[in-house]
Design a protein around this ligand. Sequence first.
Ligand SMILES: [Zn+2]
Length: 52
Amino acid sequence: MFDHWGRELDPDSLQRAMGAIDLDAAEGGCPACGARFPTTAKRCPECGLRFG
Ligand SMILES: [Zn+2]
């Protein structure tokens, strides 16, 4: 039932949903490697995962 949950969202909403995981500050966590870095970063400094 929730299979297409991510596909129904536009990229912006999906990005916000991912960012909502960490509400502490302007710092996010990489869903792939768990590294923490400012949400202004366009990609993870650890594994290079892109967020844009
Ligand atoms: Zn990463």
